[in-house]
Design a protein around this ligand. Structure first.
Ligand code: HEC
Length: 180
């Protein structure tokens, strides 16, 4: 009985302290304030476990064919680079101001399997700037993007620029097109 009373009192005190913490405005929601090490650790584990569990039900289709690279490039360049940057390109002011910061995507294919990348891009990541593209794009386009992410580590800045010339570009990386 004593143990149970102690446990309940402890629980009430913890909930009370959490309530005071939240209501008093102690937590700083400013994006310029980095997450504490503890918050960053908890959020990272939550992200990792959540994505891995949910992506298990997804079976990736066969890899898209080589000639779809132009479409894959355009999707990536339009949808992702303002926040994540691209080979040889820094993120725009939007990407630079986000917290957590959008990581460079060159390592994304090492960290995540295809189905997991697809899940992230389709569903987004809550409470971060990472948007869900499922509401606006077909699964087919999203799988093309995933295939592009897998190629990204091998794309040097010069090759990225050549692709931009060849396949057309938009958004932040728009540059005058010179016809020779
Ligand atoms: C408006 C900004 C924004 C755009 C646009 C955006 N992202 Fe993100 N993305 C983020 C942020 C912020 C995170 C970091 C989330 C975190 O650390 O929890 C993120 C995280 C990710 C991750 C997980 C990275 C990792 O390994 O931790 C992947 C994969 C990803 N984005 C892919 C994409 C792709 C592909 C596109 C384009 C289709 C895209 N994102 C467009 C903001 C953006």
């Amino acid at each position: 009985m004593k143990i149970l009373t102690g446990f309940l009192l402890g629980l009430v005190a913890t909930i009370g302290a959490a309530g005071v913490y939240v209501y008093s405005g102690t937590f700083n929601v400013a994006a310029v304030e980095p997450h504490s090490a503890l918050e960053a650790w908890v959020l990272n584990i939550a992200l990792e476990r959540s994505v891995r569990a949910r992506a298990q039900a997804i079976t990736p289709p066969p890899m898209p064919r080589g000639q779809q690279i132009g479409q894959a490039f355009r999707l990536f360049d339009e949808m992702c680079t303002q926040c994540h940057g691209a080979p040889g390109k820094a993120p725009t002011m939007v990407g630079k101001g986000l917290n957590p910061p959008p990581p460079s995507l060159s390592k994304a294919a090492e960290r995540w399997r295809r189905a997991e990348l697809f899940w992230i891009v389709k569903n987004g990541i809550k409470m971060t700037g990472m948007p869900a593209f499922g509401p606006t794009h077909s699964d087919e386009d999203l799988w093309l993007l995933v295939a592009f992410l897998q190629r990204l580590p091998n794309i040097a800045p010069e090759e990225y620029n050549e692709m931009a010339e060849k396949f057309g570009q938009s958004g932040q990386s728009r540059q005058p097109q010179h016809k020779h």
